[in-house]
Design a protein around this ligand. Structure first.
Ligand code: HEM
Ligand code: HEM
Ligand code: SF4
Length: 311
């Protein structure tokens, strides 16, 4: 059965919705980045840039530099939010304790979840992270996105938030990291009314359900994970947005026991597709595989020197 969304779907066009020009999005050179110093000394964090793996410090510096170079009226919260976040983290390393306080409840009208209040306990020293609220953006089934949508989302968050985000949190949602209280309603309006995008769950409510690729791309799918995820997300809207449990509650959907979304580890209630017939083995194909007529992975890894095994 073909998938039928429950409401008409808008087609979003980045060129109509974009906030920044290409020049603004690419407003620094790699040379400038090399010479760039943020306003705080962060020797311990800079240590985390070493090594072969990606570093959130290196990423954050790029974002800090972009914000340095954007004109004042192109950002609705402080320009230095990324720099202050790094500065405060360095200080937390130095003091061996966090400088975030967990104070009060913030949110958007009508919802009890989706926004998580964050405040710095050193607002005089780090004014641009005096508020640093997190927003959850509900991921679509199997996390299929159109780039028009992603770019629009990035522009919105650059404009009204810190520009820092996390793809994705363990719940599965996109996490918007750090904004001020006054920006919450405008962002919520833009998401809901323009981008046709809901917030996800937080606190003691039903968390955003999430599912594997399922039938959309995977030959192992025994159940339609996307259909279940979509159906239950809609059915439990009230529970998703208005905390009414004593603790959070999660559903996750794996199409087969390979468990690509780790539903057992991540959910209170895991749905896992299982095969309900006799096990079927195509012995002829197995023989062809052994004999080399059928190549492993459709030949995808064939004919290249992969070098010495090295992890
Ligand atoms: C740059 C800073 C931060 C990053 C990168 C970050 C990242 C994340 C991520 C990825 C999640 C998981 C979301 C999910 O399950 O889908 C999360 C949840 C959470 N974070 Fe943070 N966070 C940051 C700042 C903070 C601060 C300052 C606090 C506390 C003062 C905090 C406390 C929490 C809590 C309590 C949750 C669980 C919330 C819930 O499930 O209701 N985080 N954070
Ligand atoms: C004796 C001290 C503590 C004990 C025994 C304790 C125990 C626990 C337990 C059992 C959980 C639930 C774990 C789960 O979901 O499986 C939890 C969650 C949590 N604890 Fe603690 N905790 C302690 C202190 C603290 C402190 C000092 C903080 C923060 C400053 C903290 C912050 C949290 C947070 C943010 C969560 C997750 C809540 C959520 O997002 O659902 N805990 N703690
Ligand atoms: S859990 Fe199973 S069905 Fe889902 S993507 Fe992974 S292998 Fe495919």
């Amino acid at each position: 059965m073909a998938f039928e969304p429950k409401e008409p779907q808008k087609e979003l066009k980045y060129n109509e919705l974009r906030i920044y020009s290409d020049e603004e999005l690419n407003n620094y050179t790699e040379e400038e980045l090399k010479n760039f110093k943020i306003k705080h000394d962060i020797p311990m964090l800079e240590d985390l840039e070493k090594g072969p793996w990606p570093s959130f410090v290196a990423d954050a510096k790029r974002e800090a530099l972009r914000r340095r170079k954007l004109p004042d009226d192109r950002m609705m919260i402080h320009r230095e939010v990324v720099e202050d976040m790094l500065g405060q983290l360095e200080l937390s390393f130095e003091h061996g304790e966090t400088h975030w306080k967990h104070g009060g409840i913030v949110g958007v009208f009508g919802y009890g979840g989706g926004v998580i209040g964050r405040y710095s306990d050193l607002p005089e020293k780090f004014p641009s992270i005096a508020h640093f609220h997190t927003m959850r953006v509900n991921q679509p089934a199997s996390k299929f996105y159109h780039t028009d949508y992603l770019r629009t989302l990035c522009d919105l968050w650059e404009f009204r938030g810190s520009g820092m985000m996390n793809f994705h949190g363990s719940t599965g949602d996109i996490i918007f990291l750090g904004t001020f209280t006054e920006q919450l309603e405008p962002i919520f309006f833009e998401l809901g009314h323009v981008l046709q995008q809901d917030l996800g769950g937080s606190g003691s409510n039903l968390r955003s359900p999430s599912c594997c690729l399922g039938k959309a791309r995977c030959e192992w799918a025994c159940i339609d994970t996307q259909d279940m995820c979509y159906e239950l997300t809609h059915h439990y809207q009230d529970e998703l947005h208005r905390p009414q449990f004593p603790y959070k509650f999660k559903f996750k959907f794996d199409g087969c026991p390979n468990g690509c979304v780790a539903s057992i580890a991540r959910a209170d209630m895991s749905f896992i597709g299982t095969w309900r017939d006799e096990i079927r083995i195509d012995q002829e194909a197995v023989q062809a595989y052994i004999g080399g007529e059928i190549t492993p992975n459709g030949g995808a890894h064939r004919g290249r020197d992969w070098g010495k095994f090295d992890i």
